[in-house]
Design a protein around this ligand. Structure first.
Ligand code: 6R9
Length: 663
């Protein structure tokens, strides 16, 4: 990392102390850090006590065969019982588990824990009837409707690992996942709603099933279909089963059984930068412990009074850990929203927060930046005073976005917890604790109690404060992935070979320690550019661009350059009021020059982009991550690669169109 780069990030000197009332009543206090460090296993045993076990473990951690961990060895439990039934048994059956908000306005439904218990039991009975046994895999390809959560829990209840495939993925992506995990049954819906219009899902399942059979000889035996939109669907009587004709008529009584702590809970596919997606395997006891503990500690959850809302899709890990397993294990009341933030109106999210009195809100920086772009009048029009803790996840949050989030959404009162973790880590690893840690815009601060992380050099030396390097996790943790489904070797190679000697987990992220020793996650290592021998972080240049008043959002890539190795290329979305100005001027206009000079001023001449392209949209995955690989293709004048994981695959046409028209 160049000195210049670091000093720019280190100049962030805004600090926000925890609110006194929150600090006084915080779930986790400062002492937890020392306690966890002193005896990690005892600390994690204490966290596992949050769950109900039918048989207690004999050993907290077995790490005798690294990197294959076993947690809570010998323990037995049922994840669905822990998320649902035990709350009913404790007399909280009438408590709302899920305030479901459909995309069509007024299509809403609140579900109590007792109702959830009945529905999960019915779905478990139906899955069993369809031939799903313990250990069989069930794929879930659904919109954000309560049945999606019900199905995940029903799978957990019968010990059938689920694999949720995001509903925006293509039939090809679905087919490869069905084959890779050998799914026996698929649960889907006829369709879902997106921006006011029904959009079909079942046809993609039919196609994927055919492709899996033709290409790989894999048979999906049954497809269970929820009727959501009422649209026409092709039907195969031998395979397809309606939810309302099966689940809805099944018995609401179901006797769960306890599974081993290491019984597979789910497989979640995550894209590597290239190549075949990796099926990340999570197991039961450790994963659920990690979710329950972090959801309680990091959001300071008070289950009796809080209304929690995580805006993620259940098709990615945040939806698994922080919509399904964490909040439900903790008996929380939460909002589940089907739609997009801006349909039918730009202020839909703020309206929902006002209507349900949401107190804890968890979303992604990309969403925050798009709200900044629309202007503060929209959230200002709603009463957001119920909010008390705000969370961010998915990518580094630029300091400007952090401050906007805190000030505009949080009314200047709410701590912002910037939570770093991955599909592989299962639950939050690095984050402030809202009642303990002061906030520092842009920094995820330090590992939470129980987690050990470091920033190290290529050789594995811990870097001093003020320097950058690679982020590693130096001790195993309960919710860690156990392997890549069907590929132990790839698991070892991807995560454990880089620092094999030390036995550390390599996260694939670049990070730095500031002068206080707090951590700044800079993004994937493959997002680190090397310009004339200087290491530059894409995030940092993006943050510099976003700090310019005319810029709404920016993505930076390093493109091959004959002179400098790589050169900085930026793609910029302007704030609405400046778009006309740029359109009139075309490329090479004053605005582009102004932005290049702005980056030079903020970071230094080395970071000044070779090229800035003003674009209408950026290519993003559904989890909000910018697909820089595609932008690199554009910057290097190559044909644009695989776009199947984009949330909106037309975006690349928009960008390419803009470039060829010279604007
Ligand atoms: C939960 C999730 C993991 C990657 C991770 C990193 C980036 C996530 C971040 C963050 C900076 C944060 N990331 N949270 N970077 N600050 N608070 O997003 O999982 O989809 O597997 O992505 O996301 O690069 O390595 P996943």
């Amino acid at each position: 990392m160049s000195e210049q780069t670091l000093s720019n990030l280190l100049k962030e000197d805004r600090r926000f102390e925890p609110p006194t009332d929150l600090a006084a009543d915080a779930n986790l206090k400062e002492e937890a850090y020392a306690r966890a460090a002193e005896d990690r296993e005892a600390f994690w045993a204490e966290q596992a006590e949050r769950l109900d076990w039918t048989q207690k473990w004999d050993q907290v951690l077995d790490w005798s065969n690294p990197p294959f961990a076993q947690w809570y060895v010998g323990g037995k439990l049922n994840a669905a019982y822990n998320c649902v039934d035990r709350h009913v048994e404790a007399g909280r059956g009438d408590k709302v588990a899920i305030h479901w908000v459909g995309e069509p306005v007024d299509d809403k439904r609140s579900i109590t824990y007792a109702e959830l218990q009945a529905e999960v039991s019915q779905a478990a009975n139906t899955l069993t009837e369809l031939g799903v046994g313990t250990g069989d895999r069930v794929a879930i390809y659904m919109p954000m409707i309560p049945e999606a959560v019900v199905t995940m829990l029903a799978c957990a209840r019968i010990g059938a690992p689920h694999t949720v495939v995001f509903g925006g993925f293509s039939s090809d992506a679905l087919a490869s996942r069905l084959v890779d995990c050998g799914a026996k049954v698929v649960v889907t819906a006829d369709g879902g709603y997106r921006r006011g219009a029904p959009s079909a899902l079942k046809p993609a399942v039919d196609e994927a099933r055919a492709k899996a059979a033709e290409r790989d000889g894999h048979t999906v035996e049954k497809v269970l279909v929820v009727q959501r939109t009422g649209g026409e669907v092709a039907w195969d009587d031998d395979v397809d089963v309606w939810w309302h004709e099966s689940v809805a008529k099944a018995s609401p009584e179901h006797q769960w059984e306890a599974f081993d702590a290491e019984h597979p809970l789910y497989v979640m596919y995550t894209s590597g930068t290239t190549g075949k997606p990796k099926g990340i395997l999570h197991t039961t006891g450790g994963y659920l412990t990690g979710c329950a503990y972090t959801h309680w500690a990091v959001f300071d959850l008070k289950p009796e009074t809080d209304v929690y809302w995580c805006t993620a899709d259940i098709g990615w890990v945040t939806g698994h850990s922080y919509i399904v397993y964490g909040p439900l294990a903790n008996g929380a009341t939460q909002v589940l929203y089907e739609g997009t933030p801006d349909a039918p109106e730009k202020g839909r999210w703020w309206q929902i927060i006002e209507e349900y009195g949401v107190t804890i809100f968890y979303t992604a920086p990309t969403a925050i930046r798009s709200f900044m772009k629309q202007g503060r009048e929209i959230p200002d029009a709603r009463d957001l005073s119920s909010l008390r803790v705000l969370g961010s996840v998915g990518e580094p949050i630029n300091p400007e976005a952090y401050v906007w989030y805190r000030e505009v959404v949080g009314g200047g009162r709410t701590p912002v917890v910037d939570t770093w973790w991955q599909t592989e880590t299962g639950s939050i690893m690095i984050s402030p604790l809202p009642g303990v840690t002061h906030g520092k815009p842009g920094s995820a601060m330090i590992p939470i109690p129980g987690v050990s992380a470091d920033v190290v050099t290529e050789e594995g030396e811990s870097v001093p404060n003020g320097s950058g390097g690679y982020l590693v996790l130096t001790e195993p943790w309960p919710s860690m992935l156990r392997t890549i489904w069907g590929d132990d070797q790839r698991y070892k190679d991807t995560y454990w070979s880089r620092y094999a000697q030390q036995g550390w987990y390599f996260a694939g992220d670049g990070a730095k320690k500031d002068d206080d020793g707090d951590l700044w996650v800079l993004g994937r290592v493959d997002d680190v550019m090397n310009v004339s021998g200087h290491r530059l972080s894409t995030t940092e240049i993006e943050s510099a661009l976003v700090s310019h008043p005319k810029v709404a959002e920016a993505a930076v890539v390093g493109a091959q350059d004959p002179d400098t190795g790589q050169a900085v290329c930026a793609f910029v979305i302007l704030r609405d009021e400046f778009i006309a100005e740029a359109d009139d001027a075309g490329e090479g206009s004053d605005i582009v020059e102004e932005l290049r000079n702005h980056v030079r001023k903020e970071i230094g001449a080395i970071a000044k982009p070779r090229q800035i392209m003003i674009v209408p949209e950026l290519p993003k995955t559904r989890s909000g991550k910018i697909m820089r690989r595609l932008l690199r293709d554009v910057a290097e004048h190559r044909e644009v690669g695989d776009v199947t994981t984009l949330a909106d695959s037309t975006v690349m046409d928009l960008i390419s169109g803009r470039l060829t028209s010279g604007k």
